[in-house]
Design a protein around this ligand. Sequence first.
Ligand SMILES: Cc1cc2nc3c(=O)[nH]c(=O)nc-3n(C[C@H](O)[C@H](O)[C@H](O)COP(=O)(O)OP(=O)(O)OC[C@H]3O[C@@H](n4cnc5c(N)ncnc54)[C@H](O)[C@@H]3O)c2cc1C
Length: 433
Amino acid sequence: MHNDRVVVVGGGIAGLTAAIYAAKAGKQTILLEKQERLGGRAITNQKKGAYFNLGGRALYHGDARATFEELGMRLQGSQPSIDAYGIWKGNLHVMPMGIGSLFSTPLLSWKGKIELGAWLARFGKLDTHLYDRISLREWIEGNVHDPMVRHLFYSLLRTASYVAAPDLLAAGPVLEQLKRSLKGVLYLDRGWGAMVEELRGIALEYGVEMVTKQKAVAIVHEKGVVQHVLCEDGTQFQAGHIIAATPPAITYQLVPGAESTSLRNWREQAVEITAACLDVALRRLPKPKQQFVYGIDQPVFLSNQSRAAHLSDYGDQVVSLIKYHGRNKDPKKDLQDLEQTLDIVQPGWRDQLVEKQYLPNMTVSHDFMHMHRMVNPGPAVPEIAGLYVAGDWVTHGELLVDASTASAKRAVQSLLLQGGAERSSYDQHRITV
Ligand SMILES: Cc1cc2nc3c(=O)[nH]c(=O)nc-3n(C[C@H](O)[C@H](O)[C@H](O)COP(=O)(O)OP(=O)(O)OC[C@H]3O[C@@H](n4cnc5c(N)ncnc54)[C@H](O)[C@@H]3O)c2cc1C
């Protein structure tokens, strides 16, 4: 009776996207989310009239934006200027992001300016797929000569990927992401929570049944075929197809016998990207021009997201700071570093503080395209008919939320083809590193 029913576990962006596309294709679809709210890591918290995402967010010109546009979403917000400053040796300098700033910046020698100018002219045409199988460090050291231009590339590419490990990060996908970011990104009014709300509305229109506060504890299969999702309260949701839009470690726990499936390799090869995030709402900016700042010799980044999006009902400025984690994490030291960054960029900010949010250890993505990756996960779990995976870790070359939406659509396309062994056009997006 339930052979055609799709059950999606996890109500983040991947789960919502998967549920919408499955329902749009005519499948009876149920979405299960363990939290009270949908959205996962894309929720927005409102505090004293300010909208705080769980760390600063930018929507790139990638799969997610294209998907949301295809679904007819409004995505209200606007594109911030890419004019930026860089912190180098404790001081702020204009970051050379265009011809004017290239000539005026004191950061580069003439030789460096000529090299960066040449890169700015041709970067948009770079065939990034050529570098899918080498690390970012190999790419930079092999292609960029001036030491300061190298520093600038490391800083820009760290910000584009959130990864502070250039030896591990595959160069091609992040170079592609930088190309996209130079075309401009979108900051959303009322934060990413507004985007989640729009997705929820579309899911409702397509008839998706969404059940929150419903924690899945097992994805039950028999003789290699999925049967049902068992929830903590004992409810069983029978299904012909199950899409696990949950992190790799949770997906592994949910599936009995996962150790003899591909889920084991996918979990073992996954490398998390984490960051410390400080968001502050300020009555006004002590230094109104200094709104967008890259750390050049330190792994930090600051953006006043209010310069392009409505993020406070009272006109306050919502500034997001990120410290990219490398090998070391120390919540106290990370907070100190982030506050010191604010001291440099917005001296006197404490006098303007309305509210703050500090998240010392956020998982930005559960995996990415890195040099130790053996295989791209999903869309189907080959050992269990009817089981599929989606989420930012199910990347086939996309980064961050683009991987969530792209993998969700791959999962749905695979289940529509029944069996999932078929390779689809979605799968051909990127090759394995
Ligand atoms: C600080 C930070 C900054 C970021 N910045 C950007 C950015 O600028 N641009 C960008 O593109 N991306 C960015 N990202 C990444 C982006 O937010 C994520 O990639 C995306 O939101 C992940 O969505 P997901 O659905 O794959 O996973 P999740 O949001 O993690 O969703 C998984 C869902 O599954 C639910 N779940 C887990 N276990 C169960 C269970 N047993 N039963 C039922 N439900 C369960 C969880 O509650 C959750 O809702 C950022 C992330 C962070 C943290």
